[in-house]
Design a binder for this molecule. Structure first.
Ligand code: ADP
Ligand code: ZN
Ligand code: ZN
Length: 703
């Protein structure tokens, strides 16, 4: 007797189809079963979902399309996973199918039954080919007193833990030990460790492998991130889903991995904005980690087990810090660096008192020369790649404007191109001004390429202890584009080939540079007065993190320095930075946020619109606001007028947004849920003409 199954497929929220579709099947399918079903003329991957096994209204058993087959050899996705996906779809206002299918490896969609069977066989074979685990644990270093105290306190924490530990305080060592304990607690236990950037996964994987591969086998540690090939991603996913992988290391996408034995989630550098997705379902992997740990724990409660979540950072997000203030998270602290090294001393350079036009102030240059002569390394940060942010003509008003965006194209001197960093539009640098023919077109402002060039010149006479001239290198998205180039550059730095590294914020994150004793941020001011209220929080985190790169070798730590060039040395942020006082900084920021009703004291969402013209984008948003007048909870939310984005045109698309705010997260959620059908139904919003797309961004990280 045929039965009915609810199945989710990748239908976007605007398709107007329900959250699940009904299909006929010969056998009743357990929720979570992966299936192939017809959709229109296509055959697609779907997931059998929790739902009534009765025919949809108006259909009988002779109607409806049949399930074509289940994916054999794969156990159903478990209830906690389905709950995570349902929650994410609901909270971030996307369709269930969109979130569920995006959470699965793309290759799973394309393989037919025979291919999948071959894949699973191969997977089993490789697993068998790994050297047998010895079962012998690798001895860990004895914990420091601070690590010891944290390790003692962690098992007693009922909810999420915020591990507030200075850079170099040994947080990773705590994760390793907690992983060890979790894996030992149950033969099926799994651990998920997340990092914000793909670049950080290789070194993390190396550390986890070193500690656990012998004991649990080579296949027990896998990575999961968007830099992997589709085949690699499928391999990691299958390993996690089958339980063969005991430890999954990954970027934000890993939060959706199928982990039937999940017992511990670690979110390292939890403050990092990369945890927030910027397209599709704009989810926060950190927030979902907290949610996931809760539902996994509920599912495990009957067994007397649970899934713990640890958020780690030297500069926590104000959301997590506030949650700890309120007692919702347990805050554990490790203020001291391993080996007793102190954090670098802050040196502010008041640019008001420096020679005009100097990009590197003379005292900073002198300090760098001294360090190089002693065989130490320097790190110079500038958040702007290329040679100069704009080329400009002296004789007329011409500037290297991008024809497709409201932004300038950046001058890259090495390959003599003008490149738009927003749409990618690239052309050769013109010989003369395209408008007036003037031959004198000049770069304005400085990027990493130019600073690298200038420093190479300024330091050319400086000798290292081995008598060689000082070497300057650069690391940013341009120099690391090729596969393996980042690793090579890091190796050059570690081996001491390079004395000065110039780079964007990418170099400030996580890498363990042993011999760096001086870090300099040469143009940090933009963030002090940015319109985005999160800019100071970001700047503070970046500078603290950059400072954390210096003096990791205790022998040199006493003398390490963090230099910041600024036109506003009196800014309060620097006073906190000088004392390495994150709690003081956070308290001041939170007081400001509370006074203004901003997150985490209120909740926000953005309605974003892309259109052919700015008028159309704004008209849609404003009409959407008007159409909401009668909606439930309308009186508990504030809708602001539509405004253009800071960069309002990208690739010939005009962009605008409308801020929605509420003192109550629940009220905001209910309002948005009621608003969504109106937004999807073009007829109810007259301004929709000329609109290309719209999206809702819940808990946006940039305004
Ligand atoms: P964090 O993640 O907080 O920046 P790490 O865990 O990377 O810090 O530790 C910093 C350095 O200290 C690493 O080189 C690590 O090997 C070392 N380390 C960590 N814990 C200990 C310990 N208990 N004893 C000795 N060295 C340690
Ligand atoms: Zn000109
Ligand atoms: Zn452009």
């Amino acid at each position: 007797m045929p039965t009915w199954s609810s199945v989710v497929v990748a239908t976007p929220v605007h398709s107007g189809l329900g959250p699940t579709l009904s299909y006929r099947s010969e056998l009743s399918l357990a929720p979570g079963t992966l299936v192939r079903v017809p959709l229109g003329a296509r055959e697609v991957l779907g997931v059998a979902w929790d739902g009534p096994d009765v025919p949809p209204p108006g259909m009988d058993e002779s109607q409806g399309k049949p399930v074509l087959g289940a994916l054999e050899g794969l156990t159903p996705l478990n209830a906690a996973w389905r709950q995570l996906v349902s929650f994410a779809a609901r909270y971030y206002q996307r369709s269930l199918g969109e979130v569920a299918l995006a959470a699965l490896p793309p290759q799973l969609r394309d393989l037919d039954a025979a291919q999948l069977a071959r894949r699973l066989k191969r997977q089993a074979k490789t697993a068998a080919a790994h050297p047998a685990p010895t079962g012998t644990p690798v001895a860990a270093l004895p914990p420091s007193p601070e690590q010891e105290a944290v390790l003692q306190a962690l098992p007693g924490a009922a909810g999420p833990v915020l591990l507030f530990g200075a850079t170099g305080s040994g947080k990773t060592e705590v994760y390793l030990r907690m992983t060890d304990a979790a894996l030992a607690s149950d033969p099926a236990a799994q651990v998920l460790v997340m990092v914000p950037e793909i670049n950080l996964t290789p070194q993390l994987e190396a550390r986890f492998r070193e500690r656990f591969a012998a004991q649990y086998g080579d296949g027990a540690v896998v990575s999961m991130h968007s830099g992997m090939t589709p085949a690699q991603r499928l391999g990691s996913w299958l390993a996690a889903h089958s339980g063969a992988a005991r430890i999954v290391l990954g970027t934000r996408m890993a939060i959706f991995a199928s982990l039937p034995g999940l017992r511990l989630i670690v979110v390292d550098e939890e403050h990092d904005p990369s945890y927030k997705s910027q397209d599709g379902a704009r989810y926060s992997a950190r927030d979902l980690a907290v949610y996931r740990a809760k539902v996994e724990s509920e599912a495990l409660a009957a067994k007397g087990q649970r899934c713990q979540v640890i958020l780690g950072s030297a500069t926590p997000s104000l959301e997590s810090w506030h949650a700890a203030d309120q007692g919702r998270y347990l805050r554990l602290e490790m203020p001291a660096r391993i080996g007793g090294g102190s954090l670098p001393k802050l040196r502010l350079v008041d640019m008001n008192h420096q020679p005009k036009g100097a990009s590197i102030a003379p005292p900073l240059l002198a300090a760098m020369e001294t360090r190089i002569a002693r065989g130490e390394q320097c790190l110079v940060l500038l958040n702007r790649r290329g040679y100069a942010p704009v080329l400009s003509c002296d004789a007329c008003a011409w500037k290297s404007q991008c024809p497709h965006c409201s932004a300038f194209r950046v001058f890259h001197k090495l390959d003599r191109t003008l490149r738009c960093h927003h749409c990618g539009f690239t052309s050769r640098v013109p010989r003369a001004c395209p408008d007036c023919g003037n031959l004198d077109i000049a770069p304005v402002g400085r990027g990493t390429e130019q600073i690298e060039e200038q420093l190479a010149g300024l330091l050319s006479a400086v000798k290292r202890p081995d008598g060689q001239p000082a070497r300057v290198a650069r690391m940013d998205a341009d120099t690391t584009r090729l596969k393996g180039s980042l690793e090579q550059q890091l190796a050059a730095l570690h081996s001491g080939e390079v004395d000065v590294l110039v780079g964007t914020q990418m170099v400030a994150k996580g890498h363990d540079f042993r011999r760096i004793t001086l870090v300099a941020s040469i143009n940090a001011d933009a963030a002090l007065f940015a319109s985005d209220y999160r800019a100071p929080e970001r700047l503070f985190a970046l500078l603290m993190q950059a400072a954390g790169r210096a003096g990791r070798d205790a022998a040199q730590a006493g003398a390490s320095e963090m230099w910041v060039q600024t036109w506003h040395p009196e800014h309060a942020l620097f006073a906190s930075l000088r004392k390495h006082d994150f709690p003081g900084f956070a308290a001041a920021q939170l007081a400001e946020r509370e006074a203004a009703g901003m997150p985490p004291f209120g909740a926000q969402a953005l309605l974003r619109a892309d259109a052919r013209t700015q008028e159309a984008a704004q008209a849609f948003l404003n009409a959407a606001a008007e159409a909401a007048a009668e909606l439930p909870h309308r009186d508990e939310v504030t809708l602001y007028p539509a405004v253009p984005l800071t960069i309002q045109r990208v690739a010939n698309v005009e962009r605008a947004q409308l801020l929605v705010e509420s003192a109550s997260r629940a009220a905001l959620q209910r309002f948005l849920a009621a608003w969504q059908p109106l937004l999807l139904d073009g007829r109810s919003i007259p301004g929709a003409r000329g609109l290309i797309r719209f999206a809702v961004d819940i808990d946006p990280v940039s305004i």
